[in-house]
Design a protein around this ligand. Structure first.
Ligand code: R1P
Ligand code: URA
Length: 236
């Protein structure tokens, strides 16, 4: 047990999917996994372990923002021996090439979060995905015919940015979208020796001012969940 996770030793599988919303974790467990066991409910940050195509897999909410996901990811790795952490979230697109409902695979994550500077004073550490998880996700997306993009994302501490002009600069530098956890997850995985990947479905287009309807959100979320589970089922 940890201050934030009330699960016994061995309760989590080697791979944990981490949506921001704990209710999304419950939705995934109830609709996509078999033999499900609830494993965590501290602060209602729900976690479950089940199986997909016979493979043991866990899902647990990360909460919103770098500090929240950093706590859960660190404890999952160091206290429960989790090896692969896969964020499945939503993002706002900034690239003109990215369309609503596309999936963005974060090969790298730039950030304004202070966690980088806390770890590496005076140095900009490149936050990157694990190549094995990334290529498994790309293969699964190709097989399913999902529209996807691989590249750099921006992890912001602020959902409501006081300076929207920065999105134009990010787009110029080829950033695909903005979200709030990927760089935090990659930093923790690098520090504690685990593999991480963040993938986000595009629910908003920040530059174009577009937003998904609730039905479209559900549809695209289901597609990303299936993609992720298919990818995980191919891992050793
Ligand atoms: O849909 P999730 O995974 O929560 O991700 C995005 O949505 C939240 C903001 O609404 C932030 O957590 C952001 O990263
Ligand atoms: O962080 C986020 C997530 C979804 N949509 C946004 O615009 N920003």
């Amino acid at each position: 047990m940890t201050p934030h996770i009330n699960a016994p030793e061995g309760a989590f599988a080697d791979t944990v999917l981490m949506p921001g919303d704990p209710l999304r974790a419950k939705y995934i467990a109830e609709n996509f996994l078999e033999e499900v066991i609830p494993v965590c409910d501290v602060r209602n940050m729900l976690g479950f372990t089940g199986t997909y195509r016979g493979k043991r897999i866990s899902v647990m909410g990360s909460g919103m923002g770098v500090p929240s996901i950093s706590i859960y990811a660190k404890e999952l790795i160091t206290e429960y021996g989790v090896k692969n952490l896969i964020r499945i979230g939503s993002c706002g697109a900034i690239s003109d090439e990215v369309q609503m409902m596309d999936v963005v695979l974060a090969m790298g994550a730039s950030t304004d979060s202070g966690v980088n500077r806390s770890r590496f004073p005076g140095t900009d550490f490149a936050m990157i995905a694990d190549f094995g998880l990334l290529s498994a996700a790309v293969n699964a997306a190709s097989k399913l015919g999902t529209r996807y993009h691989v590249g750099n994302v921006y992890t912001s501490d602020l959902f409501y940015s006081p300076d929207e002009s920065r999105y134009q600069t990010m787009a110029k530098y080829g950033m695909l979208g903005v979200e709030m956890e990927a760089a935090g997850l990659y930093g923790v995985a690098a520090e504690y020796g685990a593999n991480a990947l963040a993938m986000m479905t595009v629910t908003d287009h920040i530059i174009r001012g577009e937003h998904l309807t609730p039905e479209e959100r559900q549809l695209t979320l289901n597609e990303m969940i299936r993609l992720t589970l298919d990818a995980v089922s191919t891992l050793d």
